[in-house]
Each structure stands twice: as C-alpha cells, then as structure tokens.
Design a protein around this ligand. Structure first.
Ligand code: PLP
Length: 411
C-alpha cells in the first residue's frame, strides 16, 4: 500500500510493511507457516532464484515470487519492513534467529581469511567467544582496544592492515563504558581499506542511540532484549542504510539457515510499537534507582551513564546518547561473596542472564555472561568479582529500590 504522506516513526511502525488484503483482510498479519511457496510460473521461479543468488538485480517495486522459508518468508519481510522506521538512518533490515546469529553472520560475510577486525573490549561474552573460537582459527586477526580509549581506537584502526571491520559495542556489556562512534567512523573513512564500522546497538538502541546517523555502516542487535521486551523469544536483527550490504547478509543467512522463524517474526512485529514506551519507562526507573543508590556503604562503584564522572566518558555520552538506559552495573565491596548474597536475597528481580525485558533481572557477569573470557581478559576489561549487572524493568521503581536496598543490607 503506498501512502501519500510521510509519517513519523511511531506511526510508521504500526502502518508500514503490512497489506491486510494479503492476509484475507485481517487487521493483524497472519502467520505464514509454510516452508515452501507455490510459484506463479516456472519462469518467475527461475527469476526469483536469479535474484536470490545475486545473479540479477530486482527492479524497483518488482514483486518477486517467494521461494522457500530458509531464504525468506512473509513474516520476515513484514518484520523487516516494520522495524526500519525505529532506527534512524536505516533503509533495510535482516532478521536472524538470535543476536549471535546476526553477529556471527555479519563477521563471516565481511571478514575473509587474512583480514583484520579492530574491536572494542569488553564485548558480550558470546561475541568474544565467536572471535576467539571461530574467527581467529579461520585466519582473521582480531585487534582489541579498551572501550572508551578514543586515541587507542583511532591508532589501532590507522595501524591495521587488510582491515575489513571495526566492531564497537557501546555501551559495553557489562561495564557500560562508551566508545566514540564519530571517531571510529572518521578513522575508518581515512583508512585505505575502507573498513565497515559495525555497532552492537543492543544496550541503547533503537530509542536512545542512533549510530547510523553518525555514519556507522551496520548495526547488529540482540532483539531478544529490548526489541522483544518480554524475555520470551530469541531474535537478532541487522539494520543499515546500505541495501546491498543487507542483501548480502540475507544471502549468507539463506546458506547458513539462521533466519527468524514465522511465529517469532509475528511476535516480534507485535512488540515493535511499544519499544520506545518500554525503553523510556525502564530508563526512567533505572535512573531514579541508580541515583538513589549513590553513596550506599556496600557499593564500591556504580556504573551508570548519568553518573559518569570521567570527562571523556561524559563527552562521549553527551555527544551520542539521548538517555541513560536501563542497565546499572554495581561493584559491591565484598567481592564475589557479596555479589552472590545480593543475588540470592533479591525478591523482585530474578537472578537470570539477559536484559531489556519488562521484568527486572540481575546477574553476576564474571561467572555467567562473560565466563567465556579468560581471567586475564576479565581483569583487563574490569569485570570484577564484586560486579552485578541489573536490568531494570517497568515495575514500580520504589518497590525495586526497596528490593535492591534490602539485598544490599544482607551483603
Ligand atoms: C550486547 C549483546 N550483544 C549480543 C548478545 C547476543 O544475543 P542473543 O542472546 O540474542 O544471541 C547479547 C546477549 O546477551 C548482548 O548482551
């Protein structure tokens, strides 16, 4: 359906990408569970395969036959259309069956053997494990830079040979250290290899941080987190303003077989309209809680964007983030014992990994989400024994604060 006027993202997310006449008039999309699709003719089947394999380009507005659900399916196409307006600067998206599927497919597509990746550290433990256990043995060199060290990031990019990807996770999981995206983009543009800048935008996107508008090439998401929002499905998304790049990732997705299935696409589509509402409420709750915990005698440090004191971190925050988000990382004074006691005592927040859902969660990164890292990597990244990561939900913030304070009393 073509609309006569341009609408804002909150409207577009509810009105684009879905034609009720293709779902027998249903106001919400049907779930198309078919694994295979009937061709209009053998000729249109041959053409659909040529386009899917990149042998010919589709014409603008051309309607292609669907082929097979591993390559694409109607619910993936609807979701990919609907998610685009949420991300400033995006023109296309590809959906995957987890955040790690989106991340690993991106690296495999962009980094041939012999190439180099420059990345910030820490990274989510699964991403670090993928680099160490899969990409490095394939002959890709990974160069690590401390998150937030702008000079070191620029220098590492300038010095790298056969550089294909600059991968930035900001804020970093779980330390919340931020890296300067404009500096990464400028250094990548100045590099003779023209590497792509890829950002894991899971922690603040798509509502509070807009890297594509700063010149970043590609975003990866664990859509399991804020996008899905209810801790009940796994999904991953890549978004870009470069449609050819998105098409090439869809191509590799078809080979690897890691597309998001129809039911999950349908569920995730229905969650998109409330992403900004949920994220705003969660961020407001977290900010009130973090700022109320300042000075608590059991806490050695609170890592939370509105409480940054380091001038470089404050500068990066102010230049690229709109609001602080819903993740608070506490460092407790009593080390691992204190952290475990805190987690055991919580009554409202559950002790579970993952984040971004409407229900509050808390975990001990050193022994869970980042346990893939060696003790040296953990120490270098500042992921300490006393660290707990809180993901704040949409419960009443005063109830949550009471729960955290009661657990801190036991520490
Ligand atoms: C920042 C970040 N990126 C990627 C992932 C991986 O996503 P998934 O668990 O959906 O595969 C996670 C998971 O916790 C994450 O926190």
């Amino acid at each position: 359906m073509t609309r006569k006027y341009v609408v804002r993202p909150e409207t577009a997310v509810l009105t684009r990408g879905f034609d009720p006449s293709l779902s027998v008039g249903s106001a919400r999309p049907a779930v198309f569970r078919s694994s295979t699709y009937v061709f209009n003719s053998p000729e249109s089947a041959a053409h659909a395969f040529e386009v899917a394999l990149g042998k010919v380009k589709s014409k603008p507005g051309e309607s292609l036959d669907l082929i097979y659900a591993r390559i694409s399916h109607p619910n993936a196409e609807i979701l990919e259309d609907q998610i685009v307006p949420l991300e400033t600067g995006a023109t296309g998206a590809a959906v995957f069956n987890s955040g790690m599927a989106a991340i690993s497919t991106t690296f495999l597509a962009l980094c041939p053997p012999g190439s180099t990746v420059v990345h910030t550290s820490p990274l989510y433990g699964g991403t670090q494990l993928f680099l160490d256990a899969v990409l490095t043995p394939l002959g890709v060199k990974a160069v690590e830079v401390d998150a937030g060290d702008t000079q070191a990031l620029v220098a590492a990019i300038a010095a790298a040979k056969n550089l294909k990807v600059v991968f930035v996770e900001t804020p970093a999981n779980p330390t919340l250290r931020m890296s300067d995206l404009r500096a990464a983009v400028a250094a990548a543009k100045a590099h003779p290899d023209h590497p792509l800048v890829v950002v894991d935008n899971t922690f603040l996107g798509p509502t509070f941080q807009h890297p594509l508008a700063l010149g970043v090439d590609l975003l990866v998401y664990s859509a399991t987190k804020y996008l899905a929002g209810f801790s009940d499905l796994l999904a991953g998304v890549v978004l870009s303003g470069n449609d050819e790049l998105v098409a090439s990732l869809r191509g590799l997705r078809g080979v690897l077989g890691n597309i998001l299935q129809a039911d999950e696409c349908w569920l995730l589509s229905s969650r998109l309209a409330t992403v900004p509402l949920r994220m705003n409420k969660q961020s407001k709750n977290a900010q009130r809680i973090a700022e109320s915990l300042v000075g608590h005698p059991a806490i050695a440090a609170i890592h939370y964007p509105s409480l940054f004191t380091d001038p470089e971190q404050c500068r990066i925050r102010d230049s690229q983030c709109d609001f602080p988000g819903a993740i608070i990382t506490l460092e407790l004074k009593g080390g691992r014992d204190a952290a475990f006691t805190f987690l055991r005592t919580l009554q409202i927040a559950h002790n579970a990994v993952s984040l971004g859902g409407v229900e509050s969660l808390a975990c001990h990164p050193r022994t869970t989400t980042h346990s893939e890292l060696s003790p040296e990597q953990l120490d270098r990244a500042g992921i300490t024994d006393g660290m707990v990561r809180l993901s704040v939900g949409i419960e009443n913030w005063q109830d949550l604060l009471m729960d955290y304070r009661a657990a801190l009393e036991k520490v």
